[in-house]
Write a protein that binds this ligand. Structure first.
Ligand SMILES: *Cc1c(COP(=O)(O)O)cnc(C)c1O
Length: 242
């Protein structure tokens, strides 16, 4: 796909984001489109340059590392959207601007520690991944919503510990909704994530929980209607993955 084709697709996506945002009384400019470039070679990703895309999403450290070497780190903002093993935390910190997939206290502590060893890097923005649909296969904190009994209390305890780590800037939540035929079916997941975010604003007010990373190619409009600020879109921009 060349730059012109990509621009056509991106324009259509931005229009759909705007319409979805307006449906719920929001402004489409509050929503950042992250182009998910996993599996696509750097030569393809390079065509995004000049299309207005500023944010790229990758889910594997090794693949992202190769691409960053080829494309350069700047002018992009790199988002890690796939799960991260603690032993790769140092690499992640060097490469990514935002990690969306923090899902244990152990990982958060590890990131905080490697950031402390690299004072020039500065604090790193993170999102906490929540498995709102409670799928056994998904990573993330298992939580259906605020008020989810003991799970909520446990989650809140962990969030408070993460919020106290000096080198991390927790700034919101992320979820991966189940794959369904009708995206309307995942609306409750997005709504639950927004409710958890609202509850964190109340219970952990010393951090800014503004970001909601939710919505992919097949369901981003529903996610935007429910408050997404970051949508992660792969196939609808770059086509099918090999
Ligand atoms: C691959 C991926 C996406 C993008 O999915 P598409 O259906 O191609 O838009 C979004 N989020 C995560 C976590 C992914 O792994």
């Amino acid at each position: 796909m060349n730059s012109e084709e990509l621009l056509v697709r991106l324009t259509a996506i931005r229009d759909r984001v705007t319409v979805a945002a307006e449906k719920s009384g929001r402004n489409g400019e509050e929503v950042t489109v992250i182009a998910v470039t996993k599996t696509h070679p750097a030569t393809t990703v390079a065509h995004l340059y000049g299309t207005g895309v500023t944010d790229l999403g990758e889910n594997r450290i090794q693949e992202a590392s190769t691409k960053i070497d080829e494309l350069g780190h700047d002018p992009w903002r790199w988002h890690l959207i796939g799960s991260l093993q603690s032993n790769k935390a140092a690499q992640a910190v060097r490469m990514f601007d935002v990690v969306h997939s923090v899902d244990t206290l152990k990982l958060a502590r590890r990131l905080d520690r490697v950031l402390a060893d690299d004072p020039e890097r500065g604090p790193m923005r993170i999102l906490l991944q929540v498995n709102v649909a409670d799928e056994a296969s998904k990573s993330g904190f298992d939580l259906r919503g605020p008020g989810d009994g003991e799970r909520w209390e446990r989650f809140l305890g962990v969030v408070r510990e993460i919020a106290a780590l000096p080198n991390l800037v927790p700034c919101g939540l992320m979820t991966v909704a189940p794959l369904v035929d009708d995206p309307e079916q995942v609306r409750p997941c997005f709504r639950a994530l927004a409710r958890i975010r609202d509850a964190l604003r109340e219970h952990v007010p010393d951090r800014d929980w503004r970001e909601l990373s939710m919505g992919m190619s097949n369901d981003f409009e529903i996610a935007v209607e429910e408050g997404a600020t970051l949508v992660r879109i792969g196939r609808a921009i770059l086509g099918a993955r090999s």
